[in-house]
Design a binder for this molecule. Structure first.
Ligand code: ZN
Length: 289
């Protein structure tokens, strides 16, 4: 059976008060990445953060994190893009461009979000929006530029698909020669506080799985703002990969575990179903064009 790539979505914008294991500083991110790799993760996704948890766009922070991880483990690295809100492609890619200039620091994966979405939080208890004006804009023209740049720099995009429409855009990008096969999408499912993705249910997952374009594809799944563990058996049996971590959810119902503990839980479920975890090198081969 095909091996399972476990990616850890380490920190995103998650806060330590929700789970004290969330990594902020470069040293914390490096230590967490090593622990996750030792637990079986093949890929780690991280956002550089400052001491107080604020997002950092400093290329030096990314250099330190990637250098530190690679000194201690061969796990694949997947830094985020910079300047999330309203920035032009070259601004969003500026630290990736600087890192890709060096063979030692070139990220193997970088994200591309295949469409624009309203990213407002909803409070289901009070039935009110926490915010209601946040559009995450990804123009097709910008995505074409970013896909071309990443290809030039030999950085593989992980294609975040928030809805089936985003999957269709990925398909036409493949047809246009802008993305190389196998493509590596991550299917975005989300809980009730964040309604921009498909619901974190079997039906939400299958709507994606049933509508992926006809191309070579190694797809993964993330669940934002909800517990992903109940969906792992179905993802494993459908042949998908898993992108899990404290960046998406604090997992209070199982005692606020560490990222490495989450990897251990996924590994245990997968093994009982006959799927072993892919090592970092096996994941590299599966994702290689
Ligand atoms: Zn991220």
């Amino acid at each position: 059976m095909k091996k399972l790539i476990v990616e850890v979505r380490m920190n995103e914008g998650a806060k330590k008060p929700d789970n004290s294991h969330v990594a902020y500083t470069p040293d914390e991110i490096i230590a967490d990445a090593v622990e996750c790799a030792n637990a079986g993760a093949a890929l780690v996704h991280f956002h550089a953060r400052k001491e107080d948890g604020a997002e950092s766009n400093e290329v030096d922070d990314y250099r330190r994190i990637i250098g530190g991880i690679r000194a201690r483990t061969d796990v694949m690295v997947h830094p985020t893009l910079g300047l999330f809100h309203g920035a032009r492609p070259d601004q969003r890619l500026s630290h990736i461009s600087a890192l890709a200039a060096s063979d030692d620091l070139r990220p193997e994966i970088a994200p591309l979000d295949m469409g624009s979405n309203n990213l407002d939080f909803w409070n289901p208890e009070t039935k009110s929006f926490v915010g209601d004006g946040y559009v995450y804009q990804n123009l097709t023209s910008d995505l074409r530029i970013m896909a071309s740049r990443l290809s030039e720099w030999r950085v593989k995009p992980q294609l975040a698909l928030w809805t089936v429409a985003n999957a269709r855009l990925m398909g036409v990008f493949v047809e246009a020669g802008l993305l190389k096969e196998p493509v590596f999408p991550v299917l975005f499912l989300s809980g009730d506080r964040f309604v921009a993705g498909h619901p974190a249910t079997s039906a939400g997952l299958r709507a994606f799985a049933d509508n992926l374009p006809d191309c070579r594809c190694e797809w993964s799944v993330l669940v934002h703002q909800a517990n992903m563990l109940p969906l792992i058996p179905e993802i494993v049996s459908l042949g998908g990969h898993v992108s899990i971590g404290l960046g998406d959810y604090a997992y209070p119902e199982i005692g606020c575990p560490s990222n490495a503990e989450l990897v251990g839980r996924v590994a245990q479920i997968a093994r009982t179903m006959g799927r072993e975890l892919a090592t970092a090198n096996e994941a590299r081969e599966m994702l290689a064009a």
